[in-house]
Design a protein around this ligand. Structure first.
Ligand code: SAH
Length: 220
């Protein structure tokens, strides 16, 4: 599964990533494939050089424009929740940011469609994925509240900014049997939810409290 090209890059910090993965296991991450991908994927190339040495700590880090790269545990947890039924065909990601979560999703999906509202962040993410030779990703600069209707339906949707409630278009663009993992709520009181679309409607499961940047309207 793991892209050959990912294996050569960033070998120097493989031991650091091994420690990160051991911590993820202690924190309860069980999906072996998620752990393998996070062990192989260099996280430090997604942050500014000045922060590279801190890339494997279990914290979010600034990526500019008031945004953050999600902490390793959250990335692992959301991916694990989304992969409940195994690999995915088409995944919609809202909030590309630096592209780290995107690169991980690209290892489990045939194609990832990722939406970011801040153009310079989208540009950086494109560069990072290009450097890693990850090609099964399409990018769009837009307000993710609209989803990406041209490519719907999606069997997986992952949202990495928190809206007060689930945007209707995202629900509409889910395939029957598809799943969405999304943080919901105001700053200070958000929780992770997993929505499954059934023949009759939507089922919602609630998971742990989380802390995401807010889901904002419009484009910058
Ligand atoms: N997974 C990313 C998380 C970045 S933080 C990473 O690990 O780097 C969340 C991102 O969501 C930010 O880049 C922010 O600009 C973006 N975002 C917030 N609201 C959005 C919206 N309505 N549409 C698209 N992107 C949005």
């Amino acid at each position: 599964m793991m892209n050959q090209s990912l294996q050569g890059i960033g070998m120097t910090s493989r031991r650091t990533r091994e420690r990160m993965v051991n911590r993820l296991i202690e924190q309860g991450i069980r999906n072996r494939k998620v752990l393998d991908v996070m062990r192989d994927l260099p996280r430090h190339i997604f942050v500014d050089e000045a922060l590279a040495s801190r890339a494997y700590e279990d914290n979010p880090l600034p990526i500019g424009y008031n945004q953050t790269i999600s902490q390793p545990y959250i990335v692992a947890r959301m991916t694990e929740l989304l992969l409940k039924q195994g690999n995915l065909t088409k995944v919609l990601e809202i909030g590309t940011g630096c592209g780290y979560q995107t690169a991980i999703l690209a290892q489990f999906a045939e194609h990832v469609y990722t939406v970011e509202r801040i153009l310079p962040l989208q540009r950086k993410a494109k560069e990072h994925l290009w450097d890693l030779k990850i090609k099964n990703v399409s990018f769009i600069h837009n307000d993710g509240g609209w989803g990406w209707p041209e490519y719907a339906p999606f069997d997986g949707v992952l949202v990495s900014a928190a809206p007060p409630e689930i945007p209707e278009p995202l629900l509409e663009q889910m395939a029957v049997g598809g799943m969405m993992v999304i943080p919901i709520g105001k700053p200070g009181s958000q929780e992770l939810q997993r929505v499954t679309r059934t023949v009759n409607g939507y089922e919602i499961e609630e998971f742990e409290a989380v802390s995401f940047v807010p889901f904002l309207p419009g484009r910058e």
